[in-house]
Design a protein around this ligand. Structure first.
Ligand SMILES: [Zn+2]
Ligand SMILES: [Zn+2]
Length: 407
């Protein structure tokens, strides 16, 4: 379930409710659109009902929502993950937030200098590992490889205060009769401002638009693409393959060059050999670089990997043009960051390398090091039910795109 966050329009102060995946905020009152920037991850806090004068202590919890893919002997399986976990080891606090964060409106974390926020001791990677371990154990057999897709990882702060013991300030109920010694815990001040920037193209001033949860803002006037930096919009490198039809839908993909330890997977010829593809290696394939192709949008797990593996298997010889396509074609929004695309590369290898019985056991020890990534828009024919590749027998059902939005 997605969290709801109370906040105010940065322009006119009107109250608004955001979903946790929202990046573009469109104010209903003043009509101004802004894009949300945050360093690292988003931090929220639960509302409190503490008596006035109570000195609040906020305890951090990692919260993860997404899909865990596991590569098993008999194929790829997935688990839906929606869970929270203490980000500071404190035996007197509940280990998880329970259902509270879902039933309530949250706010962006902040407060005055008096408010104490316990500093997290579990790192972001530590949290991801914990969630992988917990949910990976639920697969029918131990997976060779796991990856989170469509992940939202945020920090949620739960309020407490001291009064004859420790009191949960959400419910105003004591959780611990003996007051715990908090002096051993490090605290920090809430200096995590959310930055709202206007959605105007930094290059030409055009008012850009996108879905509320889009990770990139395209400018259709100067054909540039922008993403959130820590305090401003940053230009992204993008390219596209031109479409033959005018009503094409351009789907975004991450085209990635990566080194794989213990494998020579540098050229298209290397892939044909390692994947045992039924093609005769052409001499020029020895020098044509191999790229992974990963969807930069969300799809149900099986379809996501199928499309990625299919396009990676094709290794199209067409050279993308720089920039964004001109004209009326639809640009499908980018919703999967390159960091998550990179997470999938080993899963894709597990599918591509043949025979599986030789390669699968080696997968856990392989190191995949990304070298270069670029967003490439590929044109698809806009059919009544499917988007289909103009030259290859691959399509994406529109229902699947719709389902992917909810991940
Ligand atoms: Zn407003
Ligand atoms: Zn522009």
């Amino acid at each position: 379930m997605r969290l709801s966050i109370d906040h105010q329009c940065p322009q006119c102060g009107a109250p608004a409710v955001l979903e946790e995946t929202d990046r573009l905020f469109h104010c209903e009152y003043c009509r101004v659109k802004s894009y949300l920037l945050q360093r690292g991850y988003f931090r929220y806090m639960l509302p409190h009902k503490a008596p006035s004068g109570a000195r609040l202590i906020y305890a951090p919890y990692w919260r993860m929502r997404g899909m865990l893919f596991g590569c098993l002997e008999d194929g790829v399986r997935h688990r839906v993950v929606d869970h929270s976990r203490q980000a500071v080891a404190a035996s007197f606090l509940p280990r998880t937030l329970g259902l509270r964060s879902q039933a309530m409106r949250l706010a962006f974390a902040g407060g005055d200098e008096e408010t104490r926020f316990l500093a997290p001791t579990v790192t972001r990677q530590g949290a991801v590992d914990l969630f992988e371990e917990r949910y990976g154990a639920a697969f029918p057999s131990p997976p060779y490889e796991q990856a989170f897709i469509g992940e939202t990882l945020s920090m949620i702060y739960a309020p407490y205060y001291l009064a004859d013991g420790l009191v949960d300030a959400v419910l105003n109920r004591p959780v611990q009769a003996d007051p715990p010694d908090l002096s051993e815990f490090k605290t920090e001040s809430p200096r995590w401002p959310i930055v709202f920037v206007p959605t105007l193209c930094p290059n030409c001033g055009w008012d850009m638009d996108a879905d509320r949860d889009a990770l990139a803002l395209p400018c259709r006037r100067c054909n540039s693409l922008w993403r959130a930096g820590s305090d401003r919009l940053v230009r992204m490198k993008a390219a596209f393959l031109p479409a033959a039809e005018t009503d094409a839908v351009y789907l975004p993909f991450w085209r990635i060059r990566a080194d794989v330890s213990g494998l020579l997977l540098d050229s298209v010829a290397d892939l044909v050999r390692l994947a045992n593809l039924p093609r005769a290696v052409q001499p020029e394939w020895e020098s044509r670089p191999f790229y992974f192709w990963v969807p930069a949008f969300k799809l149900p797990p099986r379809v996501f990997l199928q499309i990625g593996c299919f396009l990676t298997g094709i290794q199209s010889a067409e050279a993308p043009e720089n920039g964004l396509p001109e004209g009326p074609g639809d640009l499908y929004p980018v919703k999967l960051p390159v960091t998550e695309a990179v997470e999938c590369l080993k899963l894709m290898l597990a599918d591509l390398l043949k025979p599986g019985r030789t390669f699968l056991p080696r997968i856990p020890r392989m190191e995949v090091t990304p070298r270069q990534a670029m967003l490439v828009y590929l044109p698809f024919r806009n059919g009544p039910h499917d988007l289909t590749h103009p030259r290859h027998p691959v399509g994406i059902n529109k229902n699947m795109l719709q389902l992917g939005q909810g991940i």
